[in-house]
Write a new protein. Structure first.
Length: 314
């Protein structure tokens, strides 16, 4: 089963699509982070020739309040092909879902994604497997070869049960969606949009702001280093003591009374401790990731040999 987009099944796809007269049961809010995650998933698979025949499948997570569904994030899933039938790796899915639940209880599984144009029978087969996990999962399809000028090449579908030839069948119904962004997402999207084109010379507002702050801090560091080097050289006797320069340095230091404030010192120490704590958490997270990868590879090695290694984590 090739990974590339195939539009030859439009006739077959129309047989599993609900008529346009059917009204959607939910309204969807889509975060740009989801589209960026799917695009990154597709580009990495496309760059790996050994994975040409794999299916790009992932889970959508978010929240649902009444008839409003908000898709906030996504993660990748594994699947295999057996007799031209795509099978979802349920064990891997449950493992990923459990890890996300440990991080947050607010987001839950609400659907899945793949790439392509209109839904086909292969998507219907996968959708029925997801229905065993969630009653009414949504399907998001991103078409990477479609070049839209204004709209995202993203379509979202829900399923309805309708009578076709006197038989109840599952049909896909395309539903409209609205983009929902937070401040952090707007900055990231603006940065990616303006830096993703190699021929463009414009930069994002976030990059300009960070660059300006970097230049200011770099200049401040250079000037402070120059002053401290001069004071050390005068103290060591390698440079001549000049009273006017030392008076200027002393006057500048006296203009910083806040540095001697007890409240400032405590806040500075607290901020420094917070930075160290974040660095420590990042190191612990990276260590846990490396340990998880090691355990997974060790389990795969033992399973291939007909054994199962017992670990403290599984």
């Amino acid at each position: 089963m090739a990974m590339q987009i195939d539009d030859s099944e439009d006739g077959a796809s129309s047989k599993i699509m609900a008529p346009s007269s059917v009204s959607p049961s939910v309204s969807v809010l889509l975060h740009p982070l989801v589209a960026m995650n799917i695009s990154d998933h597709f580009m990495r698979f496309k760059a790996q020739e050994s994975l040409q025949n794999d299916q790009i499948v992932g889970a959508l997570i978010g929240t649902q309040k009444g008839r409003t569904v908000e898709i906030s994030n996504s993660y990748e899933l594994r699947c295999s092909v057996n007799n031209d039938k795509v099978l979802l790796d349920m064990d891997y899915f449950r493992s990923r879902e459990e890890k996300f639940r440990e991080l947050t209880d607010e987001l839950m599984f609400i659907g899945w994604y793949t790439i392509g144009n209109a839904p086909n029978y292969q998507d219907l087969n996968l959708h029925q497997q997801f229905c065993q996990i969630y009653d009414s999962p949504l399907l998001l399809k991103l078409n990477p070869i479609c070049n839209y000028a204004t709209n995202l090449p993203v379509s979202i579908y829900e399923t309805v049960i309708d009578a076709v030839d006197n038989q109840a069948k599952i049909l896909f119904l395309e539903i409209p969606y609205t983009l929902a962004t937070e401040d952090s997402e707007r900055i990231g999207v603006d940065h990616i949009a303006k830096t993703s084109y190699s021929e463009a010379i414009t930069t994002s507002s976030a990059a300009d702001n960070l660059h300006a702050q970097y230049n200011a801090i770099k200049m401040l560091h250079t000037h402070i280093k120059l002053i401290t080097d001069y004071v050390k050289a005068v103290k060591a006797g390698t440079l001549t003591y000049r009273h006017e320069i030392m008076r200027d340095i002393s006057s500048m230091c006296q203009r910083l009374p806040i540095a001697k404030n007890k409240q400032f010192t405590m806040e500075s120490i607290n901020q420094y401790n917070d930075v160290l704590l974040m660095a420590c958490l990042a190191a612990i997270t990276q260590g846990c990731k490396n340990s998880d990868e090691f355990i997974s590879k060790a389990n795969d090695l033992y399973e291939s040999a007909g054994h199962r290694m017992r670990t403290f984590f599984y």
